[in-house]
Design a binder for this molecule. Structure first.
Ligand code: DI6
Ligand code: FE
Length: 399
Protein backbone atom coordinates (compact mmCIF):
# COMPACT_ATOMS: atom_id res chain seq x y z
CA UNK A 1 0.00 0.00 0.00
CA UNK A 2 2.89 2.37 0.73
CA UNK A 3 6.07 2.90 -1.08
CA UNK A 4 9.17 1.94 0.88
CA UNK A 5 9.38 5.42 2.28
CA UNK A 6 6.01 5.50 3.90
CA UNK A 7 4.97 8.53 1.95
CA UNK A 8 1.45 8.09 0.75
CA UNK A 9 1.36 7.05 -2.93
CA UNK A 10 -2.29 7.93 -3.39
CA UNK A 11 -4.74 10.15 -1.56
CA UNK A 12 -5.21 8.54 1.81
CA UNK A 13 -7.18 9.15 4.93
CA UNK A 14 -5.10 8.93 8.11
CA UNK A 15 -7.10 8.50 11.29
CA UNK A 16 -5.49 9.79 14.46
CA UNK A 17 -6.86 9.12 17.93
CA UNK A 18 -4.96 10.83 20.68
CA UNK A 19 -1.27 10.53 19.91
CA UNK A 20 -1.47 7.53 17.57
CA UNK A 21 -2.36 6.60 14.03
CA UNK A 22 -5.36 4.28 14.30
CA UNK A 23 -6.48 3.90 10.70
CA UNK A 24 -5.38 4.30 7.10
CA UNK A 25 -7.66 4.08 4.08
CA UNK A 26 -7.32 4.92 0.40
CA UNK A 27 -9.49 7.99 -0.02
CA UNK A 28 -11.28 6.36 -2.96
CA UNK A 29 -12.89 3.71 -0.77
CA UNK A 30 -13.51 5.93 2.22
CA UNK A 31 -16.99 6.42 3.63
CA UNK A 32 -17.34 10.09 4.62
CA UNK A 33 -19.69 9.04 7.43
CA UNK A 34 -16.59 7.70 9.16
CA UNK A 35 -15.14 11.18 9.08
CA UNK A 36 -17.71 12.86 11.27
CA UNK A 37 -16.10 15.36 13.56
CA UNK A 38 -12.83 15.11 11.68
CA UNK A 39 -10.98 17.98 10.16
CA UNK A 40 -9.39 17.91 6.81
CA UNK A 41 -5.72 18.65 6.76
CA UNK A 42 -3.03 18.05 4.26
CA UNK A 43 -5.12 17.77 1.12
CA UNK A 44 -2.97 18.25 -1.95
CA UNK A 45 0.24 18.11 0.03
CA UNK A 46 2.74 15.36 0.54
CA UNK A 47 2.48 13.65 3.91
CA UNK A 48 5.63 12.15 5.39
CA UNK A 49 6.56 10.94 8.83
CA UNK A 50 7.92 13.74 11.01
CA UNK A 51 11.64 14.09 10.36
CA UNK A 52 14.07 12.43 12.74
CA UNK A 53 17.43 14.16 13.21
CA UNK A 54 19.33 11.35 14.90
CA UNK A 55 22.73 13.04 15.41
CA UNK A 56 23.14 16.62 16.65
CA UNK A 57 25.32 18.63 19.00
CA UNK A 58 22.80 21.46 19.47
CA UNK A 59 23.87 22.51 22.96
CA UNK A 60 27.11 24.50 22.96
CA UNK A 61 28.58 27.86 23.89
CA UNK A 62 30.42 30.30 21.64
CA UNK A 63 31.01 30.36 17.91
CA UNK A 64 33.72 28.96 15.65
CA UNK A 65 33.38 31.46 12.80
CA UNK A 66 37.03 32.46 13.28
CA UNK A 67 38.11 28.86 12.88
CA UNK A 68 36.00 28.65 9.74
CA UNK A 69 38.02 31.52 8.31
CA UNK A 70 41.29 29.80 9.23
CA UNK A 71 40.20 26.62 7.52
CA UNK A 72 39.45 28.64 4.41
CA UNK A 73 43.04 29.83 4.55
CA UNK A 74 44.15 26.22 4.40
CA UNK A 75 44.57 25.09 8.02
CA UNK A 76 42.93 21.66 8.45
CA UNK A 77 40.29 20.66 11.01
CA UNK A 78 42.72 18.16 12.55
CA UNK A 79 45.54 20.76 12.77
CA UNK A 80 43.24 23.19 14.55
CA UNK A 81 42.17 20.44 16.94
CA UNK A 82 45.77 19.46 17.71
CA UNK A 83 46.61 23.10 18.45
CA UNK A 84 43.94 23.24 21.16
CA UNK A 85 41.22 24.83 19.03
CA UNK A 86 38.30 23.04 17.44
CA UNK A 87 36.22 21.07 19.90
CA UNK A 88 38.33 22.39 22.81
CA UNK A 89 37.54 25.99 21.95
CA UNK A 90 33.84 25.13 22.22
CA UNK A 91 34.61 23.34 25.49
CA UNK A 92 36.00 26.56 26.98
CA UNK A 93 32.90 28.52 25.95
CA UNK A 94 30.50 25.81 27.08
CA UNK A 95 32.11 25.43 30.50
CA UNK A 96 31.87 29.20 30.98
CA UNK A 97 28.16 29.31 30.09
CA UNK A 98 25.35 28.80 32.60
CA UNK A 99 22.67 26.20 31.95
CA UNK A 100 20.29 29.08 31.29
CA UNK A 101 22.60 30.63 28.69
CA UNK A 102 23.13 27.26 26.97
CA UNK A 103 19.38 26.71 26.86
CA UNK A 104 18.70 30.15 25.40
CA UNK A 105 21.41 29.69 22.77
CA UNK A 106 20.18 26.23 21.77
CA UNK A 107 16.50 27.14 21.54
CA UNK A 108 16.64 29.00 18.18
CA UNK A 109 18.78 26.21 16.72
CA UNK A 110 16.17 23.68 17.78
CA UNK A 111 13.43 25.97 16.47
CA UNK A 112 15.13 25.95 13.07
CA UNK A 113 15.01 22.15 13.00
CA UNK A 114 11.39 22.06 14.13
CA UNK A 115 10.40 24.63 11.51
CA UNK A 116 11.97 22.33 8.91
CA UNK A 117 9.86 19.34 9.97
CA UNK A 118 11.76 17.66 12.79
CA UNK A 119 9.61 15.88 15.38
CA UNK A 120 12.41 13.85 17.02
CA UNK A 121 15.96 15.02 17.63
CA UNK A 122 18.92 13.44 19.36
CA UNK A 123 21.16 15.87 21.26
CA UNK A 124 24.64 14.94 22.46
CA UNK A 125 26.70 16.34 25.29
CA UNK A 126 30.46 16.43 24.75
CA UNK A 127 31.48 20.08 25.06
CA UNK A 128 32.10 20.23 28.81
CA UNK A 129 34.22 17.11 29.32
CA UNK A 130 33.89 17.16 33.09
CA UNK A 131 31.29 15.40 35.18
CA UNK A 132 29.25 18.42 36.27
CA UNK A 133 29.41 20.09 32.88
CA UNK A 134 28.38 17.02 30.90
CA UNK A 135 25.39 16.53 33.21
CA UNK A 136 24.56 20.23 32.81
CA UNK A 137 24.50 19.80 29.03
CA UNK A 138 22.26 16.74 29.25
CA UNK A 139 19.81 18.57 31.52
CA UNK A 140 19.66 21.46 29.08
CA UNK A 141 19.04 19.00 26.24
CA UNK A 142 16.19 17.31 28.12
CA UNK A 143 14.61 20.67 28.95
CA UNK A 144 14.69 21.70 25.28
CA UNK A 145 12.03 19.04 24.63
CA UNK A 146 9.77 20.12 27.49
CA UNK A 147 7.30 22.84 26.39
CA UNK A 148 6.15 23.30 29.99
CA UNK A 149 9.74 24.29 30.84
CA UNK A 150 10.09 26.72 27.94
CA UNK A 151 11.21 24.09 25.43
CA UNK A 152 9.55 23.03 22.19
CA UNK A 153 7.06 20.32 21.19
CA UNK A 154 9.62 17.86 19.89
CA UNK A 155 10.89 14.52 21.20
CA UNK A 156 14.46 14.89 22.46
CA UNK A 157 16.69 11.90 23.06
CA UNK A 158 19.97 12.53 24.84
CA UNK A 159 23.39 10.98 24.36
CA UNK A 160 26.35 11.29 26.70
CA UNK A 161 29.42 12.04 24.57
CA UNK A 162 31.92 12.40 27.39
CA UNK A 163 34.57 10.76 25.21
CA UNK A 164 34.46 13.46 22.54
CA UNK A 165 37.88 15.03 23.06
CA UNK A 166 40.57 14.95 25.72
CA UNK A 167 40.06 17.85 28.15
CA UNK A 168 43.11 19.98 29.02
CA UNK A 169 43.25 18.61 32.59
CA UNK A 170 44.09 15.16 31.19
CA UNK A 171 46.43 16.11 28.33
CA UNK A 172 48.88 13.31 29.03
CA UNK A 173 46.44 10.91 30.67
CA UNK A 174 43.75 9.85 28.23
CA UNK A 175 43.20 6.60 30.11
CA UNK A 176 42.67 8.56 33.30
CA UNK A 177 40.00 10.61 31.56
CA UNK A 178 38.33 7.45 30.25
CA UNK A 179 38.29 6.19 33.86
CA UNK A 180 36.34 9.30 34.76
CA UNK A 181 33.90 8.79 31.87
CA UNK A 182 33.32 5.16 32.86
CA UNK A 183 33.35 5.48 36.63
CA UNK A 184 31.63 8.80 37.15
CA UNK A 185 29.91 10.27 34.09
CA UNK A 186 28.15 7.16 32.82
CA UNK A 187 26.95 5.89 36.22
CA UNK A 188 25.66 9.33 37.25
CA UNK A 189 23.96 10.08 33.92
CA UNK A 190 22.33 6.63 34.01
CA UNK A 191 21.24 6.91 37.64
CA UNK A 192 19.68 10.34 37.06
CA UNK A 193 17.97 9.25 33.83
CA UNK A 194 19.75 12.00 31.90
CA UNK A 195 21.10 9.94 29.00
CA UNK A 196 19.46 7.47 26.65
CA UNK A 197 22.72 6.48 24.97
CA UNK A 198 26.49 6.83 25.14
CA UNK A 199 28.66 7.93 22.21
CA UNK A 200 32.42 8.11 21.66
CA UNK A 201 34.67 9.74 19.07
CA UNK A 202 36.94 6.94 17.83
CA UNK A 203 39.65 8.76 15.92
CA UNK A 204 43.35 9.59 15.90
CA UNK A 205 42.58 13.08 17.24
CA UNK A 206 40.24 11.64 19.89
CA UNK A 207 40.13 8.15 21.47
CA UNK A 208 41.62 4.80 20.53
CA UNK A 209 39.54 1.68 19.93
CA UNK A 210 40.76 0.24 23.26
CA UNK A 211 39.60 3.35 25.10
CA UNK A 212 36.28 3.34 23.24
CA UNK A 213 35.77 -0.29 24.15
CA UNK A 214 36.01 0.53 27.84
CA UNK A 215 33.30 3.16 27.38
CA UNK A 216 31.08 0.65 25.57
CA UNK A 217 31.52 -1.82 28.42
CA UNK A 218 30.51 0.81 30.97
CA UNK A 219 27.50 1.83 28.86
CA UNK A 220 26.44 -1.82 28.65
CA UNK A 221 26.84 -2.25 32.35
CA UNK A 222 24.55 0.71 33.02
CA UNK A 223 21.93 -0.27 30.45
CA UNK A 224 22.57 2.58 28.02
CA UNK A 225 22.47 2.24 24.25
CA UNK A 226 25.70 2.66 22.27
CA UNK A 227 26.59 4.93 19.36
CA UNK A 228 29.94 5.80 17.81
CA UNK A 229 31.56 8.55 15.74
CA UNK A 230 33.70 6.30 13.57
CA UNK A 231 35.78 6.28 10.41
CA UNK A 232 35.28 10.03 9.87
CA UNK A 233 38.91 10.98 9.18
CA UNK A 234 40.63 7.57 9.16
CA UNK A 235 39.82 3.89 9.55
CA UNK A 236 40.41 2.62 13.09
CA UNK A 237 37.75 -0.10 12.97
CA UNK A 238 35.51 1.81 15.38
CA UNK A 239 32.27 0.88 13.61
CA UNK A 240 33.00 -2.86 13.76
CA UNK A 241 33.98 -2.56 17.41
CA UNK A 242 30.77 -0.73 18.27
CA UNK A 243 28.76 -3.27 16.25
CA UNK A 244 30.23 -6.04 18.39
CA UNK A 245 28.71 -4.24 21.37
CA UNK A 246 25.33 -4.07 19.65
CA UNK A 247 25.54 -0.36 18.81
CA UNK A 248 22.39 1.30 17.56
CA UNK A 249 24.40 3.25 15.02
CA UNK A 250 27.84 4.08 13.70
CA UNK A 251 28.06 7.59 12.35
CA UNK A 252 30.13 9.43 9.68
CA UNK A 253 31.76 6.32 8.08
CA UNK A 254 33.66 7.93 5.20
CA UNK A 255 36.63 5.57 5.76
CA UNK A 256 34.56 2.46 6.57
CA UNK A 257 35.79 -0.72 4.83
CA UNK A 258 33.87 -3.84 3.84
CA UNK A 259 34.73 -5.70 7.03
CA UNK A 260 33.21 -2.85 8.98
CA UNK A 261 30.10 -2.88 6.80
CA UNK A 262 29.74 -6.63 7.34
CA UNK A 263 30.07 -6.25 11.10
CA UNK A 264 27.39 -3.57 11.09
CA UNK A 265 25.09 -5.72 8.95
CA UNK A 266 25.51 -8.68 11.28
CA UNK A 267 24.65 -6.57 14.32
CA UNK A 268 21.81 -4.57 12.77
CA UNK A 269 23.76 -1.36 13.41
CA UNK A 270 22.45 1.60 11.41
CA UNK A 271 24.91 3.62 9.31
CA UNK A 272 24.36 7.34 9.89
CA UNK A 273 25.73 9.54 7.11
CA UNK A 274 26.45 13.19 7.86
CA UNK A 275 26.82 15.10 4.60
CA UNK A 276 26.93 18.46 6.39
CA UNK A 277 30.27 17.57 8.01
CA UNK A 278 31.55 16.13 4.73
CA UNK A 279 30.69 19.39 2.98
CA UNK A 280 31.98 21.72 5.68
CA UNK A 281 35.31 19.93 6.02
CA UNK A 282 35.54 19.70 2.24
CA UNK A 283 36.15 15.97 2.52
CA UNK A 284 36.84 13.96 -0.59
CA UNK A 285 36.61 10.40 0.76
CA UNK A 286 33.04 9.26 0.11
CA UNK A 287 31.26 6.90 2.50
CA UNK A 288 30.83 3.39 1.03
CA UNK A 289 27.18 3.80 0.11
CA UNK A 290 27.12 0.92 -2.37
CA UNK A 291 28.62 -1.49 0.17
CA UNK A 292 26.08 -0.40 2.78
CA UNK A 293 23.31 -1.04 0.27
CA UNK A 294 24.71 -4.43 -0.79
CA UNK A 295 24.97 -5.67 2.77
CA UNK A 296 21.56 -4.31 3.74
CA UNK A 297 22.80 -1.82 6.35
CA UNK A 298 20.03 0.75 6.94
CA UNK A 299 21.29 4.21 6.01
CA UNK A 300 20.17 7.13 8.16
CA UNK A 301 20.96 10.80 7.62
CA UNK A 302 21.37 13.59 10.13
CA UNK A 303 22.51 17.20 10.35
CA UNK A 304 25.38 16.63 12.85
CA UNK A 305 24.46 20.24 13.74
CA UNK A 306 27.48 21.52 15.68
CA UNK A 307 29.63 24.65 15.85
CA UNK A 308 32.68 23.19 14.09
CA UNK A 309 32.24 20.58 11.41
CA UNK A 310 28.58 21.13 10.53
CA UNK A 311 27.10 24.49 11.50
CA UNK A 312 24.06 23.59 9.41
CA UNK A 313 20.66 23.55 11.03
CA UNK A 314 18.45 22.50 8.14
CA UNK A 315 17.45 18.84 7.84
CA UNK A 316 15.93 19.19 4.38
CA UNK A 317 19.29 20.52 3.16
CA UNK A 318 20.74 17.16 4.26
CA UNK A 319 18.29 15.39 1.95
CA UNK A 320 19.70 17.40 -0.92
CA UNK A 321 23.35 16.99 0.11
CA UNK A 322 22.97 13.23 0.60
CA UNK A 323 21.74 12.92 -2.98
CA UNK A 324 24.12 15.46 -4.52
CA UNK A 325 27.29 14.45 -2.64
CA UNK A 326 26.70 10.78 -1.73
CA UNK A 327 24.39 9.78 -4.61
CA UNK A 328 21.61 8.52 -2.40
CA UNK A 329 18.28 8.45 -4.16
CA UNK A 330 15.69 10.94 -2.89
CA UNK A 331 13.72 7.98 -1.53
CA UNK A 332 16.75 6.69 0.38
CA UNK A 333 17.42 10.16 1.70
CA UNK A 334 13.90 10.56 3.03
CA UNK A 335 13.97 7.09 4.60
CA UNK A 336 17.27 8.16 6.17
CA UNK A 337 15.58 11.04 7.96
CA UNK A 338 12.48 9.09 8.96
CA UNK A 339 12.35 5.30 9.40
CA UNK A 340 16.10 4.71 9.53
CA UNK A 341 16.75 7.75 11.69
CA UNK A 342 14.23 6.36 14.16
CA UNK A 343 16.00 3.02 14.10
CA UNK A 344 19.33 4.74 14.79
CA UNK A 345 17.73 5.93 18.04
CA UNK A 346 16.15 2.58 18.86
CA UNK A 347 12.65 4.06 18.56
CA UNK A 348 10.19 1.60 17.03
CA UNK A 349 7.08 3.77 17.36
CA UNK A 350 8.09 6.62 15.08
CA UNK A 351 9.43 7.14 11.58
CA UNK A 352 6.69 5.44 9.58
CA UNK A 353 3.08 6.11 8.69
CA UNK A 354 1.37 2.96 9.91
CA UNK A 355 -1.40 1.97 12.27
CA UNK A 356 -0.06 1.93 15.82
CA UNK A 357 2.71 4.43 15.15
CA UNK A 358 2.91 7.74 16.95
CA UNK A 359 1.14 10.43 14.94
CA UNK A 360 4.22 12.52 14.12
CA UNK A 361 3.66 13.78 10.60
CA UNK A 362 4.62 16.55 8.20
CA UNK A 363 2.52 17.94 5.39
CA UNK A 364 4.64 19.56 2.70
CA UNK A 365 3.72 21.87 -0.14
CA UNK A 366 5.24 19.55 -2.72
CA UNK A 367 3.69 16.99 -5.03
CA UNK A 368 6.36 14.29 -4.87
CA UNK A 369 8.92 13.15 -2.33
CA UNK A 370 11.80 13.79 -4.77
CA UNK A 371 10.98 17.50 -4.64
CA UNK A 372 11.92 17.62 -0.97
CA UNK A 373 15.48 16.62 -1.80
CA UNK A 374 15.68 18.34 -5.15
CA UNK A 375 15.10 21.93 -4.07
CA UNK A 376 16.58 23.61 -1.00
CA UNK A 377 13.70 25.87 -0.16
CA UNK A 378 12.65 26.83 3.34
CA UNK A 379 8.98 27.38 4.02
CA UNK A 380 7.50 24.31 2.39
CA UNK A 381 6.31 22.77 5.65
CA UNK A 382 2.57 23.36 5.69
CA UNK A 383 1.72 21.41 8.80
CA UNK A 384 3.59 19.57 11.44
CA UNK A 385 1.72 17.10 13.64
CA UNK A 386 3.41 16.00 16.85
CA UNK A 387 1.76 13.27 18.90
CA UNK A 388 -1.53 13.88 17.10
CA UNK A 389 -1.53 17.64 17.68
CA UNK A 390 -0.97 20.21 14.99
CA UNK A 391 1.97 22.26 16.19
CA UNK A 392 2.75 24.19 13.03
CA UNK A 393 0.16 25.39 10.61
CA UNK A 394 1.11 27.84 7.92
CA UNK A 395 -2.18 28.50 6.19
CA UNK A 396 -4.72 30.08 8.55
CA UNK A 397 -7.68 28.60 6.63
CA UNK A 398 -6.44 25.07 7.35
CA UNK A 399 -6.61 25.51 11.10
N1 DI6 B 1 32.70 14.67 14.81
C1 DI6 B 1 31.99 15.70 14.41
O1 DI6 B 1 31.66 15.91 13.29
C2 DI6 B 1 31.66 16.53 15.56
N2 DI6 B 1 32.20 15.78 16.62
C3 DI6 B 1 32.81 14.73 16.15
O2 DI6 B 1 33.33 13.91 16.85
C4 DI6 B 1 32.35 17.85 15.44
C5 DI6 B 1 32.37 18.62 16.67
C6 DI6 B 1 33.08 19.94 16.55
O3 DI6 B 1 33.91 20.18 15.67
O4 DI6 B 1 32.76 20.78 17.41
FE1 FE C 1 28.92 14.50 15.51
Amino acid sequence: MFDGLQTLPQPMVVRIDGARITGLWPEAGFDPAQAEGCREAGRGGLVTPGLVDCHTHLVFGGSRAGEFERRLEGVSYAEIARAGGGILSTVRATRAASAHALFEAALPRLQALVDDGVTTVEIKSGYALDVAGELKMLRVARRLGQPEEGGLPVRVTTTLLGAHALPPEFTSDADGYIDQVCERMIPTAAAEGLADAVDVFCEGIAFSPAQCERVFQAAHHHGLAIKVHAEQLSNLGGAALAARYGALSADHLEYLDEAGVQAMAAAGTVGVLLPGAFLTLRETQLPPVELLRCHGVPIALATDANPGSSPLFMPTLMLNLACTLFRLTPREALAGMTAHGARALGLAEIGRIAVGQRADLCVWDVAHSAELAYAVQPGRLRQRVFGGRITHCRTPEAR
